[in-house]
Design a binder for this molecule. Structure first.
Ligand SMILES: *Cc1c(COP(=O)(O)O)cnc(C)c1O
Length: 436
């Protein structure tokens, strides 16, 4: 086992993913390729759903934050597992709809929904809008009124706490492009405006404090601020908030140095805290929603590459270059995210070599990691980066005109292509010949 049960080593000394030989996968599907173990995602969905129902009640609904990994097949899978989803753009809504995802179980996020986004989302019957700001509130109210419907909404609130993670993935503080802050009075203002709109049904509040959080503490802090605010709304407006969405953000183990989180236990602890806070503040326990992204899909994934050049720069570093890089995984370039890498065809050998893992782009920052522990590598080896299920394919680009890798889903030991590899022709599909 390497980090998780679904990453293992077989009798040939090869890495296996969901029981399938990674070297065989690289041969069959080429590199780079994203490999996703479907069972891992299904198990994570069940863990969240069962724990949420047990601790929050039967109507609890975890949402999959689909920006973490978005393609047609994932919406079908999540629908089968009974979760809702959160979508953040017209493109994600379109993908969900094409996959046949039930619209009433979609929560539509985003700090700057366009008029078209709003119209399209209403017309497809999106269950809940998470309204970010007053401009959006009025635009949505007008569209709902035009159609003589009452649109269910949550309001995105910034509780004003710092979850002690990387700035770029921390979203709960007052100075944020997301939501309305409680301390500035803007949160209460938008609540009152929402209550006054007859075409909107203010069901509840939302907050999302950040990502890759390993402690319950920031969630407890957020819950405390949010339940106090709910009590204030009750006393000031005589209005009952029925739903509280505490966002996503539970952490994932990317390396041996990261802690493991028991998600069911974490949900139990969050529930106990919220229950206590509701009693303390004299409010009815609202329906609690969680919207995990990373923790549902990250561990399920691995990316397979082929090693090209290996450079040992005397007195400096060792570089292993692979046939992918920041276009398929920009997370090291963006956040210095740490990963576990190994040579899949010699996975049983100790990782006693140190190397910087480089991509193939013309960009010095195109790295997948520095000073990584890995086996000694040579041209032609298959290199695997583990735990790439979240925010890799979803953030992939065509920088340097590199085609995006395919997604191969493994189910019951059988690999299937869920997203095809882009071709060079795909890259030019929208180019227009302007003649002369
Ligand atoms: C990104 C995001 C999530 C998911 O975050 P993870 O860290 O992937 O769990 C949930 N809710 C909102 C609003 C988000 O922006």
């Amino acid at each position: 086992m390497i980090l998780y049960n679904h990453f293992d080593v077989n009798e040939k000394g090869h890495l296996t993913i969901g029981g399938v030989d990674a070297v065989d996968l690289a041969k069959e599907f080429g590199t780079p390729s994203y490999i996703i173990d479907e069972e891992v995602i299904r198990n994570n969905c069940r863990t969240y759903l069962n724990a949420a129902r047990k601790h929050f009640g039967k109507d609890a609904l975890p949402l999959y934050a689909s920006k973490a990994l978005c393609f047609t097949g994932i919406y079908k899978l999540v629908a089968e597992e009974g979760l809702g989803v959160d979508c953040v753009s017209g493109g994600e809504l379109y993908t969900a709809r094409r996959a046949g995802f039930p619209a009433e179980k979609i929560y539509f996020h985003g700090n700057n929904k366009t008029d078209k986004d709003i119209r399209d989302a209403i017309d497809m019957g999106v269950g809940t809008f998470v309204v970010d700001n007053t401009d959006e509130l009025y635009a949505l109210a007008a569209e709902a009124e035009k159609r003589s419907i009452t649109q269910r909404i949550l309001l995105r609130i910034t509780p004003g706490i710092d979850p002690h993670t990387h700035k770029a993935i921390s979203t709960g503080n007052v100075d944020s492009k997301f939501g309305s802050a409680i301390v500035t009075g803007q949160a209460m203002d938008i609540v009152k405006k929402a209550i006054a709109e007859p075409s909107l049904d203010l069901a509840g509040l939302h907050c999302h404090i950040g990502s890759q959080i390993f402690d319950i503490e920031p969630f407890a802090e957020a819950a405390e601020i949010m339940t106090e605010f709910i009590a204030k709304i009750k006393s000031e407006c005589g209005y009952e908030i029925r739903e509280l969405n505490l966002g996503g953000g539970l952490g994932v183990r990317y390396t041996e140095y990261d802690r493991e989180i028991d998600y069911a236990e974490a949900i139990g602890e969050i529930s106990a805290v919220v229950r206590g806070l509701c009693e303390k503040n004299g409010i009815t326990m609202p329906r609690i929603i969680l919207e995990p992204g990373r923790s549902l899909v990250a561990a399920a994934g691995a990316t397979l590459y082929t090693v090209g050049s290996v450079k040992e720069i005397t007195g400096f570093k060792n570089y292993i270059s692979v046939d992918g890089g920041m276009p398929d995984n920009p997370r090291y370039a963006l956040y210095s995210s740490q990963y576990t890498a190994l040579i899949a065809n010699r996975a049983s050998e100790p990782r006693d070599y140190r190397a910087t893992l480089a991509g193939r782009c013309c960009e010095s920052g195109d790295l997948l990691g520095e000073n990584m522990e890995i086996q000694r590598a040579k041209r032609g080896d298959i290199l695997a980066v583990l735990v790439t299920g979240a925010y890799n394919y979803a953030m992939a680009s065509n920088y340097n005109k590199l085609p995006r890798p395919p997604i191969i889903m493994i189910k019951g030991g059988v690999p299937r292509i869920a997203v095809k590899r882009e071709s060079y022709a795909d890259l030019l599909a929208n180019d227009v010949d302007l003649g002369d």
